[in-house]
Design a protein around this ligand. Structure first.
Ligand code: DSN
Length: 422
């Protein structure tokens, strides 16, 4: 791997080029287990770095505030059509800059400051933008929050219903960032209907699984689907809002001119390519393999004596509760990083520790599956995690170095998409 992959960058700015080259090596050599990350294909990478970014195009295809949109309109219309086809929705807006602005646009479309909104609490696995206090969505709106049951780690749908009927929120968000289990969109739809709320499925984490048929689709159940495009969907960093025809105007108006200016056309192009790739049979196989790998990894971790929130996983994500291991999440995550295994520390439901120093570690299988690892490798991965956590407890840096060498050796045999080893 060398900076010669980007010769113009190397010539113009060697210092910056060296940082990019170092990141390429890091992404190639490490085992990346952060469940919200992935590797984009070379085609998505190319589309996202095109001259399309030289163009301003405020507005929508056929209705712009700048001239010269002959090609941009075609790019955006293609992305929209592909999103509609892949997710089975009436309308798609592909302009949100990322997940948080996408969700903010939903508030703008359906609620007024001070209105009550409902989402899953952040420490229970929700997202900041689902009305959590430190987010603008929790200070400009009145956020009420649901969670999971202490005994099962599963969403308590009865409690969700009771809260929704008591509070009658304008918006209900389902979905989140640390949910290892299938979301029952039909159950949320029934609750939202009874409460008179607009239901939003934030499927950022599982969009690729939905596209590949490895998780039920929310399309027939919810008013709005919000998603980022760079997680399991394996596209560039961006987002989309999809909805039924009746909400199309409100959503489009909220994204532009309500919240954003010109769309990032190079990102729109990358999204279009990613959606095309996600419509292929190979992506269906990928999505199912992500889940099979996660289930195999969860089983291997349970065998190693780890506690997993909800006892396992139905999707791409596993939340390890380290309370019984006497190693807090942050110390474990940093030790794993030194061992070449990249994870993030995370709160677990009912965590007795603080969010910046919590009890859990969140892992997932989208990236390793993109590199071609399969269920047979998951016991090896679980063994590395177990040895690294033990080493963290003992302060054994030598053991972490040994694991790092083993990780580097295995990953060299599985080149990442868009990042060929050389
Ligand atoms: N930051 C994302 C994640 O890691 O899940 C959510 O926004």
């Amino acid at each position: 791997m060398s900076a010669s992959r980007h010769p113009a960058l190397l010539a113009a700015d060697p210092e910056l080029a060296s940082f990019v080259a170092a990141e390429e090596v890091l992404q190639a050599q490490t085992l990346r287990l952060i469940p919200s990350e992935n590797y984009v294909s070379a085609a998505v990478l190319e589309a996202s770095g095109t001259v399309l970014q030289n163009k301003y195009s405020e507005g929508y295809p056929g209705r712009r505030y700048y001239e010269g949109q002959q090609n941009i309109d075609r790019v955006e219309a293609l992305a929209i059509e592909r999103a509609k086809g892949l997710f089975g929705v009436d309308h798609a807006n592909v302009q949100p800059y990322s997940g948080s602005p996408a969700n903010l646009a939903v508030y703008l479309a359906f609620a007024k400051p001070g209105d009550t909104v409902m989402g899953m609490a952040l420490p229970m696995g929700g997202h900041l933008t689902h009305g959590w206090g430190v987010s603008a969505t929790g200070s400009w709106f009145r956020g009420v929050q649901y969670g999971v049951r202490a005994d099962t780690g599963l969403i308590d749908y009865d409690a969700v219903r009771d809260l929704a009927l008591a509070e009658r929120p304008k918006l209900i968000f389902c979905g989140g960032t640390a949910l290892p289990r299938t979301i029952d969109f039909a159950a949320f739809a029934e609750i939202a209907r009874e409460a008179g709320s607009v239901l939003v499925a934030d499927v950022a984490h599982i969009a690729g699984l939905i596209a590949g048929g490895a998780h039920p689709s929310p399309a027939d159940h919810v008013d709005v689907v919000s998603t980022t495009t760079h997680k399991t969907l394996r596209g560039p960093r961006g987002a989309m809002l999809m909805c039924r025809a009746e909400h199309a105007k409100a959503i489009d108006k909220a994204v532009f001119p309500g919240l954003q200016g010109g769309p990032h056309n190079q990102t729109t192009a990358g999204i279009a390519v990613a959606l095309h790739e996600a419509a292929q049979p190979s992506f269906t196989a990928y999505a199912h393999q992500v889940v099979a790998n996660a289930k195999a990894l969860a089983a291997a971790l349970l065998q190693k004596g780890f506690d997993l929130v909800s006892g396992g996983t139905d999707n791409h994500l596993i939340l390890i509760d380290l309370t019984g291991k006497d190693v807090p999440g942050k110390i474990a995550a940093k030790a794993l990083d030194r061992a070449g295994i990249v994870v993030n520390y995370n709160t677990v439901p009912f965590d007795p520790r603080k969010p910046f120093d919590p009890s859990g570690v969140r892992i997932g299988t989208p990236s390793l599956t993109s590199r071609g690892l399969s269920t047979e490798h998951m016991p090896v991965v679980a063994d590395w995690i177990s040895r690294a956590v033990d080493a963290a407890a003992k302060g054994d840096e030598q053991a972490l170095s040994v694991i790092r060498a083993e990780v580097t050796e295995l990953m060299a045999a599985f080149p990442a998409p868009g990042l060929p080893l050389s």
